[in-house]
Design a protein around this ligand. Structure first.
Ligand SMILES: [Zn+2]
Length: 309
């Protein structure tokens, strides 16, 4: 095909998919579903857009995908994977239960293995709305039930699981509660790269999802355990931001410990949730951290208050 013809076909495909989306989505919101590719190693890609960051790990006999994005983004993710490898996707690992990390599961072949922490499997059976989140209009209530159980977790681990060996080895770790009670850390051991999911979504206040077992008091300690327990990892794929370093992870642990300590101290001093939410600011030593959204800040203060006796 000439370049002009190829372009014409692409434009036509785009027009059709725009029409389909327009029929499915509320007026004024047809956004193109563009998955962006960042090559981290010859056999490891970070794919961004449409929810949480996905990792695509190409092994001798198939592809492992970590996290599958929002509803409707599984198919575009699968298409993008086909642009970097001819091998089939054989395994999905979900870092945690949230809809922007698991929903695309239902768009993968039903034969694909799905591995999660055991608490994440339990959470996926309910798909409860996370703490502080208002569901988007028309969002699935329980995408797995609505798809006959397709994409549900098939295998679980509690503290550690090793899949494969040598260049293909993947270690799964659980270091404790934080973002939820089922946050898996996925380590591509030969590459010295990990995927943290949303327990390290970026340099910002985390979402503390108490509804799904998350903890504002424990997250800092959990992050410290991860920093100590990930071995020689050099890069950490964050849930929604860039690839971070071990130093960034240690700093994020301190950031969360400081937040928890400040809120607990304020409660013991007789302050209210509103007092703390109105007065807390990011300590100056944490450079490059996003300014807190007022609603997130208040929700997190409430979570720590609820955990503080
Ligand atoms: Zn999340």
């Amino acid at each position: 095909m000439s370049r002009t013809v190829v372009l014409g076909v692409l434009v036509a495909i785009g027009a059709v998919s725009m029409t389909v989306r327009a029929a499915q989505q509320p007026a004024g919101q047809p956004a193109p579903r563009v998955v962006e590719v960042e090559k981290l190693r010859d056999n490891l890609y970070m794919m961004r857009g449409g929810g949480g960051n996905s990792a695509v790990f190409i092994t001798a006999d198939g592809v492992t995908v970590v996290d599958t994005k929002n509803p409707g983004w599984g198919a575009p993710l699968l298409e993008k994977i086909k642009s970097v490898t001819e091998k089939p996707v054989t395994r999905i690992i979900n870092t945690h239960t949230h809809g922007d990390h698991v929903s695309g599961n239902v768009e993968f072949p039903a034969t694909v293995d799905v591995v999660t922490h055991e608490n994440t499997k339990k959470n996926m059976e309910f798909m409860r709305t996370p703490t502080g989140i208002t569901p988007a209009p028309g969002a699935p209530v329980n995408i797995f039930k609505e798809n006959g159980g397709r994409g549900m977790s098939k295998r679980t681990f509690t503290d550690k699981m090793t899949i494969g060996s040598g260049a293909d080895r993947i270690d799964l770790h659980y270091f404790g509660r934080g973002h939820t009670n089922g946050d898996a850390w996925v380590v591509f051991t030969a590459l010295k790269i990990a995927h943290a999911g949303d327990i390290f979504s970026g340099k910002n206040l985390p979402l503390l999802d108490a509804v799904n077992g998350g903890s504002g008091v424990e997250i800092g300690n959990t992050l410290a355990k991860a920093a100590a327990g990930l071995g020689g990892v050099e890069g950490i794929i964050s849930g929604h931001s860039t690839v971070m370093t071990p130093a960034d992870l240690r700093e994020y642990s301190d950031f969360n410990k400081d937040f928890s300590a400040a809120v607990q101290a304020a409660k013991k001093a007789g302050k209210t949730v509103d007092d703390v939410a109105a007065s807390w600011t990011i300590p100056a030593k944490y450079q490059g951290y996003a300014a807190p959204q007022p609603a997130r800040l208040k929700a997190n203060v409430q979570v720590v208050f609820d955990e503080t006796k």
